[in-house]
Write a protein that binds this ligand. Structure first.
Ligand SMILES: [Zn+2]
Length: 313
């Protein structure tokens, strides 16, 4: 049984996502979302004289931009004490920095000890390079190495098993077990673990993990990265971390169905109905087909994860 504690409040700020949409209305009785177009008009407008009259002008740069990837700042509160986890950073710096200016100050406010090193929690088997094989290897840009993270003051914590962090408010998973027959990993996935050895096949991506919290009165809120291990597999694994009385409340992040067959998209949503999450927040690599399918099979539960959203569960 996990030592994960129940938190009183949970918020997520989506710093990076492929999609931007601050205008679509949010389905009622799901989550509260701020950072929307009306909020920007009310809170960020600047006074300007236009035609002899004082008017409010919306600063368009206050709206986040979309960028490939996912970065979510998750803040949990228990007994008045806040802790934050930055769940991934997305693959490029410029967009993250542009969108995060306000969010960084929020993270600092949430920190109990701003002078301590940032703890960077990474899987111990994290590769040097990741990519996929077509006729030849195609690589993602390299992530910072463990040494590079230490060199800029980060404290590296390596783990391959499930563990809780920050006063047991967050659980970071270990290996996500296979269970759904159609979720079998990343086809043609490759990695370099040792530069001397070169590329190796890695379709299983066993180092992929999810983050979860247990929110009082609601249940499990799970954050997926890219779901190469499968969003159904991850959802089932999240539920298994706690006693059967704790329901799955929400699933936010990449569902990795952007290039999947229509049959798999339909099967995925059908199988997600069993843990019965009340809110589904697909982002990054989910693709529009699964959003359409969720709305069809589970109407009223879809809240797309989009850059710039501040979500209160
Ligand atoms: Zn993905």
């Amino acid at each position: 049984m996990s030592s994960l504690v129940k938190v009183d409040e949970l918020e997520a700020v989506v710093i990076i996502d492929n999609e931007v949409d601050c205008m679509s209305w949010i389905a009622p009785d799901t989550v509260d979302v701020s950072g929307r177009f009306p909020d920007l008009c009310l809170n960020n407008a600047v006074n300007q004289k236009v035609g002899g009259q004082n008017v409010k002008v919306i600063p368009m740069e206050a709206m986040s931009c979309g960028a490939h990837g996912l970065s979510v700042l998750v803040t949990a509160t228990k007994d008045g004490v806040k802790h934050s986890v930055l769940f991934d950073t997305g693959p490029e710096e410029e967009a993250w920095e542009r969108n995060a200016v306000e969010m960084i100050s929020e993270a600092k406010k949430a920190s109990n000890s701003s002078s301590s090193a940032v703890i960077v929690d990474l899987h111990s088997d994290r590769p040097e390079f990741r990519g996929f094989m077509v006729a030849h290897p195609v690589a993602m840009p390299a992530d910072p190495t463990f040494d590079e993270i230490r060199a800029v003051g980060g404290a590296v914590f390596k783990s391959s098993g499930p563990h809780t962090v920050l006063d047991d408010k967050f659980l970071i998973s270990g290996n996500i077990p296979w269970s759904a027959a159609y979720e079998t990993g990343l086809q043609n996935g490759i990695r370099i673990s040792d530069l001397a050895k070169g590329w190796e096949k890695d379709e299983e991506m066993a180092d992929e993990r999810f983050l979860m919290c247990n929110l009082k009165g609601k249940g499990i809120v799970m954050f997926t990265g890219c779901s190469h291990r499968g969003v159904v597999n991850a959802s089932r694994s999240a539920v298994e971390q706690l006693s059967s009385e704790v329901p799955l409340h929400a699933v936010l992040g990449g569902y990795h169905l952007v290039a999947s067959s229509q049959a798999q998209v339909e099967e995925t949503v059908k199988d997600l109905k069993t843990p019965d999450p009340k809110v589904l927040l697909p982002g990054h690599c989910s693709g529009w087909r699964v959003k359409y399918e969720i709305e069809k099979q589970m109407p009223g539960r879809l809240v797309p994860c989009t850059a710039g959203s501040k979500i209160k569960f």
